[in-house]
Design a protein around this ligand. Structure first.
Ligand code: XMP
Length: 524
């Protein structure tokens, strides 16, 4: 359910792999939007609950030429609001309004050239304003079907080689259809098209971080009143920003709990404690449970078993701590928008569990606390912007993500104190090197992994028989897909020799160049 009072755009999701990117592009244009799966979008939801100022119909894997294909409520075309259909969304709109869609021969995937049907008209089309400065535009297509007959009131604005109706418009009703995907990076001026749609729909661009901050403060005060809140910290940016936001809205009503499970990076506890105490003066309970976790993990090698043990002990300890904080009735969590979007799975079913992710999710029911999630509407980069608004130090906001189960999932095989100590040292050297070379902000996430393999080496005149360390650094937008970062050979050899020279216990260093998919970012 929508909870905001500013201008809103509704994205009806038909299961495209890139629906989230439509939301990203809109947010960049300072337009508030939400993605809702088509099967949950009823006429009542649109008219009475969400009340959007415009609608975007996403792409999707289905074909409108098939019976029972997914459809939006036909009432959207009677609401007198602008509608943009993208790919499947264009086809669905055309079909519902009386046009025709056929299976395209040939199909069109990847880069395509878009040319205006009438240059003068295209230059004056509000959706394509600012485009066609050159005679053509590069766009990204991914479709099997295509529109072959326009619905009444529509005209062709631009075409591609295999899609003669690549951009169509009914300028009176402000209905637009694009066969290509403006939301993806490969459509060179795609962000401009999405911003243009917002503008023609009358959006003022009122989705700014300072306006969000003002509204969030008011909402938190209303939601929490005089109650006391606890917030579990991970040291990551989401929980830090959540805590800072609540502290600013309700000074004196927040206590943070940081469970040290002994699987943290070097100086993590010290750095987090100093941030909270020095910068914010927020009460912080640090619970040293490192021995308990190491004992529980003794002899356990299977990745899922490790994750489950860590999750269970974390919850038990958090529960004990929460019970000690008198008057605590609310639990704050740094849940972000990508975690709450219920996108349509292109395969039609729930996706396979690759890893049981661990954070403080699942706690509320067991603790009997009311959940507070002030970042539920934000993407990660928006959280960082909010953190800047709140005056959080840059080194905390730009931190790479760190997983709840910590270094345990960067140590395939059994976790021991000795291995954790070795891994922490290698990780610190790697990250220091990245910072020294000015690469930290270009990388989504970087870390060292200690492999359960020993290899023979020679140091001085002596034989060594020590662990192998694998370095991993990836670029990514959201952690869902990732590419290995292209370090120079000089960087890699300098870092490898530093690690081997300075960390007793490692005599060989590898660099992991697997992308995600097929790999995952973490090793376990
Ligand atoms: P994978 O390894 O699944 O990781 O490609 C994607 C992103 O999620 C992080 N990650 C976790 N974060 N709890 C977390 O809070 C977890 O259990 C967890 N497992 C993986 C990972 O570091 C990467 O950023």
């Amino acid at each position: 359910m929508a909870t905001t009072t500013h201008q809103k755009l509704l994205i009806i999701d038909f299961g495209s792999q890139v629906s989230q990117l439509i939301a990203r592009r809109l947010r960049e244009a300072q337009i508030y939007c939400e993605i809702h799966p088509y099967h949950q979008v009823t006429e009542d939801f649109i008219r009475l609950d969400f009340q959007p100022q415009a609608i975007i119909l996403s792409g999707g894997p289905e074909s409108v030429t098939q019976p029972d294909c997914p459809l939006p409520p036909p009432a959207i075309y009677e609401m007198n609001i602008p509608i943009l259909g993208i790919c499947y969304g264009q086809q669905v709109m055309m079909q519902q309004l009386g046009g025709r869609v056929e299976q395209g021969h040939p199909r069109e995937f990847g880069r395509a050239i878009l040319t205006p049907a009438d240059r003068h008209k295209a230059n004056h089309d509000p959706l394509l304003t600012g485009l066609f400065e050159e005679s053509e535009e590069i766009v990204w297509m991914s479709h099997g079907d295509r529109v072959t007959q326009l619905a009444d009131g529509f005209e062709v604005v631009a075409q591609s080689c295999h899609a003669p109706m690549a951009a169509v418009a009914d300028p009176v009703k402000k209905f637009y259809g694009l066969q290509f995907h403006p939301e993806v990076h490969h459509t060179v001026n795609g962000a401009q098209i999405i911003a243009n749609f917002g503008r023609l729909a009358g959006f003022r661009g009122d989705w700014t971080m300072s306006s969000f901050h003002d509204r969030a403060r008011v909402k938190l005060r209303r939601e929490i009143g005089d109650a006391h809140v606890i917030c579990g910290l991970s040291g990551g940016v989401d929980s830090v920003v959540t805590a800072a936001l609540i502290h600013r809205a309700l000074p004196g009503q927040l206590t943070c709990v940081f469970v040290d499970h002994g699987l943290l990076r070097e100086n993590e506890v010290r750095d987090v404690a100093s941030l909270y105490q020095k910068h914010f003066n927020i009460p912080l309970e640090v619970v040293d449970a490192s021995q308990r976790f190491l004992n529980a993990l003794q002899g356990v090698k299977e990745p899922e078993a490790k994750r489950k043990i860590i999750g269970k002990h974390f919850i038990d300890i958090f529960k004990q701590q929460a019970a000690k904080i008198t008057g605590a009735t609310h639990l704050a969590q740094g849940t972000l928008y990508p975690d709450v979007i219920e996108s349509v799975s292109p395969s039609g079913g729930p996706s396979a569990t690759i890893k049981s992710h661990h954070n403080v999710g699942g706690l509320p029911e067991q603790l009997g606390l009311q959940l507070v999630e002030p970042l539920r509407e934000l993407f990660k980069d928006e959280v960082r912007k909010l953190g800047r608004e709140l005056g959080l130090p840059r080194q905390f906001l730009q931190r790479h993500p760190f997983p709840g189960p910590g270094l345990a999932i960067r140590c395939p095989g059994e976790v021991t104190q000795e291995k954790m100590d070795i891994l922490r040292k290698a990780d610190t050297i790697f990250i220091d090197q990245i910072r020294k070379h000015g690469l930290y902000d270009d990388i989504w996430q970087a870390f060292a992994t200690l492999l359960p393999v020993k290899s023979v080496g020679v140091m001085g005149d002596d034989r060594t028989y020590e662990f192998v360390c694998a370095l991993r650094a990836v670029t990514s937008i959201d952690g869902m897909t990732a590419d290995s970062f292209a370090f120079s050979h000089a960087f890699l050899s300098e870092t490898a020799s530093k690690i081997v020279n300075e960390v007793r216990g490692i005599n060989r260093v590898l660099y992991d160049i697997t992308s995600k998919p097929p790999g995952t970012i973490e090793w376990e």
